[in-house]
Design a protein around this ligand. Structure first.
Ligand code: LLP
Length: 455
């Protein structure tokens, strides 16, 4: 049998999303897996497991790929925004911002993270289909752009914008009615979606907004879904958006910003073949230019909101292998010290992942195993039927592609604390998010007095 995973250094250095591993993955002279000069099993020993590891150079390479392609293909101004729901932290915000990105946020927590990281508020947009007054108020006070998703947002803003001299800067989100092939839970642009205004409501809303002096409409927004491998839906989106730009202009809102959302997929397993960042930006840019030219519209500032394709491939998770259970003729379970609490994607979307042993990445495989998590739930399986070399309890397992929607969707199920995050670069590892401790989980429990006496 061959080795356990296709280690392919430099498959596509210009587009991290097309690789299974972070860009700086190597094998040292002992045959161990090394990321940006850090031996992964040593990181596991030093910081404990489960451990999320992020490769700074891979994040920066993704950002550069978007920026370079936007400059190459889009003749107008542009502003890429990192969709921080994929993985929100101070350090990631600082990295992407230093690469010329703004941030898309969807909650008070993500907004506070962006503001504390020093992201200029003019480069932050707040999304959400049910924003609270607090969220809207914080965004307004800081001069952040608010993406209006529904009429409720408008009512909230009417209460909050007391100083009518300083209208709230808003964009309008609509559902473009575009279907794409991805998991139904992560599709957003089709008609039956909770996000945004329907196309047939837009004219009325645009006319209403014209009368509301506390609103300053600066742009339009749509997002069609996530982990998308096709380019066609993005082409269709440009044409729907240009129709709305024209409608908006005709009603008297000559808006300047067009935000096409995110959605570009990544390679989680060998057979995945997502387009490159360059190809995605080219299709989006060319289609927006063409759609605007044919409608005689001034070129808008082009905004996009990549999340997964910027951060997923930079991340991996280290686990320690513990117990195993062999069911003759059926399967062998190998359990690790994490699972659905640090990576809920397999149980939620049946997502597939690639893994290998940190110290024996290239050894010949001898067994088919199923990697199970440690949670009290039969479905808590991280990878079903993976080929691995011989391994023993205590070995470090590496799961790739976990930089997006893992920590940001993690939970404390079974009162399991959240893992730490380290960032690696040039042989150094920095702790960027501390590991939760079991005691931390008791911090929010309150025992009413009458229970104290019960001992
Ligand atoms: N903009 C908006 C308005 C979004 O709703 C999203 C993702 C993005 C941008 C970024 O999309 P991306 O480039 O990451 O595809 N939890 C799911 C993914 C949910 C995506 C939600 N919205 C998962 O783990 O697959």
């Amino acid at each position: 049998m061959t080795n356990s995973f296709a280690y392919q250094p430099g498959l596509d250095f210009s587009s991290p999303n097309r690789n299974l591993t972070p860009l700086n993955t190597n094998i040292d002279s002992y045959g161990r897996l090394v990321l940006s000069g850090c031996i992964l099993s040593e990181l596991a020993y030093r910081y404990g497991t489960p451990l999320y590891v992020l490769d700074e150079d891979t994040i920066r390479a993704g950002c550069k790929a978007y920026r370079v392609a936007l400059n190459k293909y889009y003749p107008g101004n542009s502003l890429p925004l990192y969709a921080s729901k994929a993985n929100s932290s101070l350090v990631i915000s600082k990295i992407v911002s230093s690469e010329g990105f703004g941030l898309d946020v969807v909650s008070e927590g993500e907004l506070l993270t962006a503001l504390n990281a020093g992201i200029p508020s003019k480069n932050i947009v707040l999304h959400g289909n049910n924003k609270s007054d607090r969220e809207i108020s914080l965004a307004y006070k800081n001069g952040t752009t608010i993406v209006i998703d529904n009429e409720h947002d408008i009512y909230c803003l009417e209460k909050i914008v007391s100083n009518k001299e300083k209208p709230a800067r808003i964009m309008l989100r609509f559902t473009p009615g575009i279907e794409c092939h991805t998991h139904e839970y992560i599709r957003t642009g089709h008609l039956d979606s909770k996000f945004g205004f329907d196309l047939d409501e837009l004219e009325r809303i645009l006319i209403d907004i014209k009368k509301l002096k506390f609103l300053d409409l600066t742009g339009l927004h749509a997002h069609i879904g996530s982990q998308i491998f096709e380019l066609e839906p993005h082409r269709d989106l440009a044409s729907v958006m240009a129709d709305v730009l024209k409608l908006s202009r005709d009603i008297g809102h000559p808006v300047n910003d067009l935000n096409v959302g995110g959605g570009l997929g990544i390679r989680y397993i060998e057979s995945d073949d997502p387009p490159s960042i360059d190809a995605w930006v080219k299709v989006v840019s060319d289609s927006v230019v063409k759609a605007c030219e044919s409608r005689k519209l001034k070129l808008p500032r082009l905004m996009c909101e990549p999340g997964r394709s910027l951060i997923a491939t930079s991340g991996l998770t280290l686990y320690t292998i513990g117990s195993s259970k062999k069911i003759p003729g059926i399967r062998t379970y190998l359990s690790v010290d994490g699972g659905m609490s640090d990576n809920p994607r397999p149980i939620t979307y049946q997502s597939l992942y690639t893994a290998c042993l940190a110290d024996y990445p290239l050894s010949s495989v001898t067994q088919k195993v199923t990697i199970a998590g440690k949670h009290c739930e039969s479905g808590d399986v991280l990878i079903k039927d993976i080929q691995l070399p011989p391994c023993k309890s205590g070995d470090t397992l590496v799961v790739f592609g976990t930089g997006a929607y893992n920590i940001s969707m993690s939970s404390n199920y079974n009162r399991i604390p959240k893992p730490a995050v380290v960032l690696v670069k040039n042989g150094a590892a920095d702790l960027v998010q501390r590991r939760e401790q079991p005691e931390d989980l008791l911090r929010y429990d309150v025992l009413p007095d009458r229970f104290q006496a019960l001992g």
